[in-house]
Design a protein around this ligand. Structure first.
Ligand code: PGA
Length: 251
């Protein structure tokens, strides 16, 4: 009942021309797959071109970040409604790289999530523990704090526009994937937490993606876990063939 989401986070890679090459190669490889919500998140400057390129396809467009105000004197920022305007249906919020390098906190993630949801975007809200936190057995307390802070004040109906991504920071770009069991354990914890903070039907419906070194050879194991509803893919999304192999895990 939860439609899987496979999202490619292209991070700070690729020019417009390179982005177009990638998406044009990807389109035919995933064209037959209607059981999965397939999303790509190019850099801001490629959004408009990619939006034109994916028209009529089963690929959706995401931005990698947004601001929480609609407009104003906020040099360098991009508002959710402008992302809608350029064709985005999704936006990634609070990726660990934003938290690590750009001062994102649960509070800013929360403001951005609310703004994205009220603009009608689907917010892919990221959480995840650091290696030191896992090693000191703080994973669950860290995740609880991030989920509570990032989703504070959302209404039950907002969850139609919320997707959660669990990305252990130690697994991102390192080639070290969480084992299926490690990932499932945290996903189940998050779903239980959502039941407690919101309600059972919200928890049953919300998609929780795993991210961190997802590859064609580990996606099936991860996706076979009961609480893993998709993947947020970095490195392996930069090649059409590997991203398609991940997106087509179900065919
Ligand atoms: P990775 O990145 O797949 O390269 O580990 C995942 C992410 O940062 O979303």
């Amino acid at each position: 009942m939860r439609i899987p989401v496979i999202a490619g986070n292209w991070k700070l890679f690729k020019t417009i021309a390179e982005s177009l090459d990638l998406v044009n190669e990807l389109k035919p490889l995933v064209a037959g797959n209607h059981g999965v919500e397939i999303v790509v998140a190019p850099v801001f400057t490629a959004l408009s071109s990619i939006n034109d390129a994916i028209k009529g396809s089963n690929i959706s467009l995401a931005a990698q970040d947004c601001y929480w105000e609609e407009e104003g004197a906020f040099t360098g920022e991009v508002a959710p409604k402008l992302l809608k305007d350029v064709g985005c249906s999704h936006v990634i919020i609070g990726h660990s790289e934003r938290r690590q390098y750009f001062g994102e906190t649960d509070l800013t993630v929360n403001k951005k999530t609310k703004a994205a949801v009220s603009a009608g975007l689907k917010a892919i809200v990221c959480v995840g523990e650091l290696l030191a936190e896992r090693e000191s057995e703080q994973t669950f307390s860290v995740i609880e704090k991030q989920i509570q802070g990032s989703l504070a004040g959302l209404a039950v109906e907002d969850f139609a526009h919320v997707i959660i991504a669990y990305e252990p920071v130690w697994a991102i770009g390192t080639g070290k994937t969480a084992t299926d069991g490690q990932a499932q354990e945290v996903h189940a914890f998050i779903r239980k937490l959502i039941t407690r903070l919101f309600n059972q039907s919200v928890a049953d419906a919300v998609r929780i993606l795993y991210g961190g070194s997802v590859k064609p050879d580990n996606v099936k194991g991860l996706m076979s876990q009961p609480d893993i509803d998709g993947a947020l893919v970095g490195g392996a999304s930069l090649k059409a063939e590997t991203f398609a192999a991940i997106a087509n895990f179900n065919v």
